[in-house]
Write a protein that binds this ligand. Sequence first.
Ligand code: 4GT
Length: 421
Amino acid sequence: MRIDILTLFPEAVRPMMEASILGRAAKKGLIEIHCVQIRDFTDNKQQQVDDYPYGGGWGCVMMAQPLKACLDWVTAQAGPKKRRVIYLSPQGARFDQGHARRLVSEYDHLVLVCGHYEGVDERFIQTCCDEELSLGDFVLTGGEIPAMAVADSVCRMVPGVLSDPACYMGESHWDGLLEYPQYTRPDVWEGLEVPEVLRQGVHRDIQAWRREQQLIRTQARRPDMFAAYTPQSPEEERIVARLTGREKLVYDCRPAVPEDVDALVAITGEASDYLRQCGVDQWQDGFPNRDTLLADIAAGGCWLFTHDGAPAGVVCLYAREEPDYAVIDGAWRTEGAPYTTIHRAAVKAAYRGRGLADEMLQLCEDLALGRGYGSVRADTHPDNRAMRTVLERRGYALCGQIYLTRSTESDRRRLAYEKVF
Ligand code: 4GT
């Protein structure tokens, strides 16, 4: 990787690029960093590099000519290469690890142009630069520090510069998370102990602890990154769920008994309110009510789900033919075969979005399968997005439309779904 930094202060930039890891990498021939004086390419005898801004205003603007001449010379020196000319400015795209990875993998020559004063003539940027990058939302006196930052972050990913690619692959921003906290000797410093798990030295435990720390820190310090992060394993999913207060709840279920009817009325009542709030014209005619639920219980197949003993949801599975399913605008997947039907699926408000609908459908499917049925059917209102999403996610096929002939609802069209085992 060759990098040319075009600047009015090469003598300020050079020592930084020759120190430490980058200096050693240059000696090994892995990278080549040149700091080029823009002033050497002026075509006026005062060696003037800047001039007053057109339109007035404070300060000076760097002229295009010396910059272009300097760039041409650098280009000629470097010869044919996969080159990227980058202007550093607060107007650029925000530089991040993703940019660094792209630059190191796609190019072998970077030209970093450092502005000073009020910036450079826009025509130079327009005609000579491929990209404009910013280090962040702040203003500096020159582009040198950002240029050094870009050069540094790119060069450390050049193979061989760091002893082990794991050095940068496991760290901040590589996988969209911040770094875990680091400790070194002594065990106790000013009364502060190194976390026990790190001193125990059990590799697996340390890995798990570090991952958790990364997630905790990212959530606390960079909610934007945390929100964009996709957990990479079931273990991470559990941690994320816990951190966001959305850990998987453990539900119990049992066939409902008549004494449960008040709880069932409360659940279906909340579901009906919710449907109304969402503008869904379903369960708005007073059904299911106490009597229908008691009848469901008596018929068997009505299941109450609880969490920590508290009622959380209800679902009914009918093994009988559903008269309203005899006529369908469309076609069932298993015409004529025995099937089961899901009814009354309702989740209490406090458990919405907590995986309960999935568990209820899972139970119905397990029961149906266990009893030798080949499919399970369900219907829902076309506007009931929540129910449709769960059904479709679980592999229920949309078979067409049915019509609730015996209901008193104002809108009796329903979408018909069927899952075939
Ligand atoms: C900030 C940044 C940058 C400056 C940044 C042109 C004249 C730009 C001075 C220069 N300030 N350059 N690249 N946030 N200042 O990256």
